[in-house]
Design a binder for this molecule. Sequence first.
Ligand SMILES: [Fe+2]
Length: 331
Amino acid sequence: MDQISHRKASVVVVTNERQTLDDACSTLRKHHYNVVGATSGPEALDTLKRRSVDIMLVDFDIPQMPGLHLAQTASRMFPDLSVVLVTPGSGVEAARTAIGCGASDYISMPLTEPQLVLVVERNLDRRNAAATQLSMERSQVLFSAIKALAAAIDAKSEYTATHSSRVTALCISVGKVMGLPGADMATLELAAQIHDIGNIGTPDEVLDKPGTLTDVEWVDILRHPDVGSSILSHVPALSHIASIVRHHHERYDGAGYPDGLSGDAIPMLSRIITIADAYEAMTADRPYRLAKSHEDTIRELRTNAGKQFDPTLLERFIAAVDDLEAGRKAA
Ligand SMILES: [Fe+2]
């Protein structure tokens, strides 16, 4: 179910009273709806089968197929469709009849312009609210699947088992210090969680190798941002994350990879992940060295300000991790 703008919404009006049909159709067209009229149940069903319809207004009393039967049939065949029953009376009995046949709403005769527009707008708003809820639920499912995938990739190496989740936590902390808006925070969290997704193609022995990497092994390592972004670009809901993942190994001075971007040409969220990624890697044990202390890591990060790292973002990052470190020591 997609979000619908009121102006583009499509409405079918079903009644065999010619004057009522003409008046309702012209009123809704005046309010910029796409309107189709039908004078019987079979004609209405035929319209629903041929075109996408958002709302159907069904007269209670139509020939060949009673309005109640049409409302029930259409609701079953097209679960996304909002069905509004046009009833001869109003009140509790009319509402009960409408709900009983699967309609989402009712409107009573005569159809006045304000009532007609109100009932259509109300039902479009309900559909849009339902679409938003569905989209949020899908996002949650997608995010859970991504976290599971990121954890599986991290688990390829005993040294990186919690790398992505630690980088994500650091990014969230710095994002809060920077006062990033909610949408950027959500994007940053997702991108940080899957920034190394391209390592799915890197052999385990390369990830865990204690000594110096060969040229061939370096090629494997250097490919992972490109591999990661091309995986993500195949998922439309994640395409905005692809570029952030692609550039998380660029350097502020332009000497990074895969594209040699520099300065502000590197997406800001990528620049944050670059710093968090380096901090996490330096403060964790690796096959070829032990973890550095927080203080030593900060000193080393600062020597790379303006070279590997965005100097302004680095100071924001340090403010955030200093707070975390102070809290950890106090605990
Ligand atoms: Fe990486």
